[in-house]
Design a protein around this ligand. Structure first.
Ligand code: WAQ
Ligand code: MG
Length: 255
């Protein structure tokens, strides 16, 4: 949502569940986060609430929106990862392609298998699972909550020029995924990312890394499947606190 003015910056995040709040066992419906200018806080909050209320995963009966003013002085400007789109015949071929890319990004076979299995097994993950890129062992202890990346957004200029340069792929789902993937790819100790949506109708997923970019793969799952989530593969020398604090706290703007 490219609408950042540098002086006054607000972080907005939303999470929604059905059957009560997540921490009381509610089923995850939707989440979203962005940075925005003061003038657009209300409009952005409304868009996020609408996203929660009209969702293919179900009818949210718990919606939380948190709005925080953040200091705009100390943000990290980065350019969006380059985007490549790959078509596959079916889910199996899509996952083979994803595995080939992840191997070339430096993720071990074992870690690729563990990551894909974790996503396939979860229909209620609301953040990312952090896995060792060499052993595939899960390193965070967040369970289904996972690690939620926040405080990232597009500058208006970058958003406009990116959309003009990518007319065939400039949906809000893609621009939201790209800002997240770009931040994650620049996080300390992150080697690569694997993602497919937990929305049953959205079957395109992606793999990403800082050197190679954002590779969209269609499909990575079958229609009607509620499984999905995000895996961040990290290096062996990871300092987990440092990595997570970057993902949750550092203000990153695409320029
Ligand atoms: N931080 C960490 N994990 C997150 C975040 C976040 N801010 N947002 C979502 N996730 C995790 C969480 O486990 C969700 O269940 C899962 O990702 C999927 O989220 O190029 O739409 O918003 O065509 O359903 C990728 C392909 C679409 C876009 C991903 O994900 C394209 C998507 P969703
Ligand atoms: Mg979703």
């Amino acid at each position: 949502m490219g609408d950042i003015v540098s002086e006054e910056l607000y972080s907005i995040r939303m999470r929604a569940a059905e059957g009560g709040p997540h921490e009381q066992g509610g089923f995850h419906i939707s989440g979203g986060e962005t940075l925005t200018s003061k003038q657009k806080v209300a409009e952005t909050a409304r868009t996020l609430v609408q996203k929660a209320l009209k969702h293919s995963r179900g009818d949210a009966d718990f919606i939380q929106v948190v709005i925080e003013k953040v200091s705009a002085d100390n943000h990290m400007p980065i350019t969006p990862l380059p985007v490549l789109s790959v078509a596959a015949k079916n889910r199996e071929e899509g996952r083979l392609r994803a595995a080939e890319y992840l191997r070339s990004f430096g993720v071990s076979e074992q870690a690729i298998i563990s990551g894909m299995q974790l996503l396939q097994d979860h229909t209620n993950l609301r953040g990312a699972a952090i896995l060792s890129a060499s052993t595939g062992k899960r390193l965070d202890d967040r369970g289904e909550r996972g690690v939620r990346v926040t405080r990232m957004g597009w500058s208006q200029e970058a958003y406009n020029s990116w959309c003009a340069a990518h007319p065939h792929v400039s949906s809000s789902r893609i621009t939201e995924a790209l800002v997240l993937a770009t931040k994650v790819a620049h996080a300390p100790f992150v080697q690569a990312e694997l993602c497919w949506s937990d929305d049953p109708e959205y079957v395109t997923g992606y793999v990403a890394c800082r050197e190679m970019g954002y590779v969209r793969i269609n499909p990575l799952k079958e229609r009607g499947d509620f499984s999905g989530g995000r895996i961040f593969f990290v290096q062996d020398d990871v300092n987990l606190d440092q990595c997570i604090s970057f993902l949750e706290q550092r203000i990153v703007m695409l320029v």
